[in-house]
Design a protein around this ligand. Structure first.
Ligand SMILES: Cc1cc2nc3c(=O)[nH]c(=O)nc-3n(C[C@H](O)[C@H](O)[C@H](O)COP(=O)(O)O)c2cc1C
Length: 362
């Protein structure tokens, strides 16, 4: 029996207009390293988002010609195997699985991916170990890793990863300190032997073209897909995205340098206010001797436990963690994944046509 399919026909050519066709062909050449590495029509990845990047969103992105990535998050191996099988039942196209390197059962999760024939494993949440990279490659899959700085990019290339994602601090979720504008200049001219995908704050096709021209192989977006009709996120979560401006997606604030807070970008809400008060109160209890330094640090780290689920699934956008990139300001309605991808491609094509026009004027 054939697996249940949604929409699997390849992306239609953007138009019969020869100028558009030529520009589309140019776009296809610009991101050829990305599309051939991913096995897709367009080099657009749907970045893994915990609770959001499950079978429906991931298969929708892959069926629309992009590359969906399942978020394993804290799933157990059996649960991941189930989610991969369910995604494979919805698409015959390639998709990846994002594993968090500090997961206690990482080796088993890698085995689950390899046994299921997953072609690309994305390793997130820290620098992966050499043996994990080798195990994935020996099992026949490709490794994609995050490089938050140029030195780490070089190290990951030496360790044998097959592709990199450079994610700027504009992105939603856990972020590094450097913007994509700077990271791209630091990395793209120098890493030419493997595909490098850019992420963070991307909302339009014109911007994607500008990074392709700097040498990127493609782009990864999260926030725009989180608010799509194919996303299982709660309606209140999506409405919050539609309402928000870029400036509303801020990184978590650390009150005291002795107690580090992992920077997470999301919409500022009542939970963010309570987190500030919680840090101040924890600091007071530490200073009065009521808590040890370790206890105080754990107290701060545990504040957001379970809060992404609370926002995404329960729709509590006031107290939960509404992770979002600055690209949230470019969302004005709930669109399907296919509409988003078509729009990005059309904007990229328009940008290339405008560029041609400018060159002919000179
Ligand atoms: C709600 C949300 C949850 C995310 N969760 C994860 C995650 O579990 N693992 C991961 O590697 N990246 C995660 N990200 C980052 C995305 O994969 C992607 O790189 C990022 O969203 C790109 O920036 P953008 O949001 O501006 O498009 C998350 C992002 C968002 C918005």
């Amino acid at each position: 029996m054939l697996p249940e399919m949604t929409h699997t026909d390849p992306i239609a050519p953007t138009s019969a207009d020869p100028r558009r066709q030529a520009a589309r062909a140019r776009l296809d050449r610009l991101w050829a390293a990305g599309t051939s590495f991913l096995g897709t029509d367009v080099a657009i990845l749907g970045g893994a988002m915990s609770w959001i990047s499950e079978r429906h969103l991931v298969s929708a992105i892959s069926n629309a010609g992009g590359f969906g990535v399942l978020a394993c998050g804290a799933m157990e191996p059996a649960r991941l195997a189930e989610e991969i099988a369910a995604t494979q039942a919805l698409t015959r196209r390639p998709f990846g699985v994002n594993l968090i390197t500090m997961h206690p059962q990482l080796d088993d999760l890698v085995r689950v991916c390899l046994d299921a024939g997953v072609g690309h494993v994305v390793l997130a949440g820290g620098i992966p170990s050499g043996p994990v990279i080798r195990a994935i490659k020996d099992g026949g899959a490709r490794v994609i890793a995050f490089a938050p700085a140029f030195v780490l990019a070089k190290r990951l290339v030496r360790m044998g990863v097959d592709a990199l994602v450079i994610e700027g601090s504009e992105a939603g979720g856990h972020v590094g300190p450097v913007s994509l504008t700077v990271l791209a200049q630091e990395v793209l001219p120098f890493i030419r032997n493997i595909p490098v995908f850019v992420a963070g704050g991307l909302g339009r096709g014109d911007a994607i073209v500008s990074y392709l021209e700097q040498g990127a192989a493609g782009a990864q977006l999260g926030t725009r897909f989180a608010a799509s009709t194919d996303s299982i996120a709660h309606e209140r979560f999506k409405k919050a995205f539609i309402r928000a401006n870029a400036r509303d997606a801020v990184t978590s604030v650390q009150l005291d340098e002795r107690f580090p807070v992992i920077p997470v970008r999301g919409l500022f809400n009542e939970g963010s206010r309570r987190f500030l008060r919680h840090q101040a109160e924890t600091l007071r209890r530490f200073q009065s001797g009521e808590l040890t330094k370790e206890e105080a640090q754990l107290d701060i780290e545990h504040f957001w436990a379970g809060s992404l689920r609370r926002a995404v699934i329960d729709g509590d956008v006031e107290n939960g963690s509404v992770m979002a990139g600055q690209s949230v300001g470019m969302i004005s309605s709930e669109q399907s994944v296919r509409e988003i991808i078509d729009e990005l491609v059309n904007q990229a094509v328009d940008a290339l046509i405008r560029q041609e026009d400018r060159m002919h004027r000179e």
